[in-house]
Design a protein around this ligand. Structure first.
Ligand SMILES: NC(=O)c1ccc[n+]([C@@H]2O[C@H](COP(=O)([O-])OP(=O)(O)OC[C@H]3O[C@@H](n4cnc5c(N)ncnc54)[C@H](OP(=O)(O)O)[C@@H]3O)[C@@H](O)[C@H]2O)c1
Length: 285
């Protein structure tokens, strides 16, 4: 890995699980971190843990709720007020409703889709010009090999019964598809966009609302894989000279893996739907 000295990285969801370990990995390489958190106190605790484990106190905590478009825009405005450049963006914050019922975000969008999909999409759009001014720059989207149940005509499970693991799996398919569509748009810009899968890590907060017997089974499948192991590929994608200029690829354990959701027409349809869903009404401008 390359030193990340003088490199500024925004990471969402650094307060637990994989995101915290990505932050620790990047701090250990000398990066300046912007910890984008919905809970400032948890963010401060994460910053203290990062400092303790790496000796680096080069981390700033900023508020964002990635399920809320207003919050994402406020974050970007505040970021822009403070900073002129951004070297890497790691979209990681996500959730799974588990046994909790379907709910809508502040924008009236199914919450998992709002957070896991539009949260990545809109934050990237909001920070893209800064990344483009800071080339070479990198975008890393934390996706998953657990991806299925894509229905572009029912992304918010209005027609299908709400089943949280299907909703989650669809969101992770969307993360990849939007990464491929983004990489196409960024071709030649000096900004790369890749997706990665951390592997199954039962110890994170992602399964906190899942039924207990499922968590037990996940622990068996996950075979004790740690968040740090899951974070490694994201840290590598954000920092390594080995992937300089590499874009539009799906990685697991530092290797390119196949993505079964490569379909330009479907990716573009999804992109268009996301654009529409984040479009500001005249009164919001
Ligand atoms: N664990 C796995 O097996 C696995 C496998 C494949 C992919 N992933 C992906 O890895 C990523 C991280 O998940 P994890 O397993 O590390 O789970 P986690 O421990 O629950 O971490 C999720 C992080 O996202 C933050 N977050 C959630 N909703 C947010 C919102 N609306 N606004 C701002 N921050 C929000 C959480 O903040 P709080 O601390 O405030 O809750 C937390 O920091 C997710 O994208 C997930 O899909 C996980």
């Amino acid at each position: 890995m390359k030193t990340m000295k003088n490199k500024r990285v925004v990471i969402t969801g650094p307060t637990s699980g994989i995101g915290k370990e990505i932050a620790i990995g990047l701090a250990a390489l000398g990066a300046e971190l912007i910890l984008a958190c919905r809970d400032i106190e948890k963010g401060r605790q994460a910053a203290a843990e990062i400092a303790k484990r790496t000796g680096s106190s080069n981390a700033v905590v900023m508020h964002i709720d990635t399920s809320s478009q207003q919050s994402i825009r406020d974050f970007a405005r505040e970021f822009r007020r403070k900073y002129r450049r951004l070297d890497a963006l790691i979209n990681n914050a996500g959730g799974n409703r588990g046994t909790l019922p379907k709910v809508s975000s502040a924008d009236g969008i199914e919450l998992t889709f709002a957070t896991n999909v539009l949260g990545y999409f809109l934050l990237t759009q909001e920070l893209l010009d800064l990344l483009e001014k800071s080339t070479p720059a990198r975008i890393v989207n934390v996706a998953s090999t657990y991806a299925s149940d894509l229905d572009l005509d029912d992304l918010q499970f209005e027609r299908r019964p709400f089943e949280s693991f299907k909703v989650y799996a669809q969101s992770k398919a969307c993360n990849r598809m939007l990464t491929w569509a983004l990489a196409r748009r960024l071709d030649g810009s000096g900004v790369t966009a890749n997706a990665m899968a951390p592997g199954l890590i039962a110890e994170t907060g992602l399964y906190r609302n899942a039924p207990a017997e499922l968590v037990g089974r996940l622990r068996q499948y996950g075979a004790g894989r740690t968040s740090a192991e899951g974070a490694d590929t994201a840290v590598w994608l954000a920092s390594s000279p080995e992937v300089e200029g590499v874009s539009g690829k799906f990685f697991e354990d530092r290797r390119v893996i196949r993505c079964e959701f490569r379909n330009r027409k479907a990716e573009e349809k999804l992109w268009g739907i996301c654009e529409e869903l984040v479009r500001q009404k005249p009164s919001q401008k």
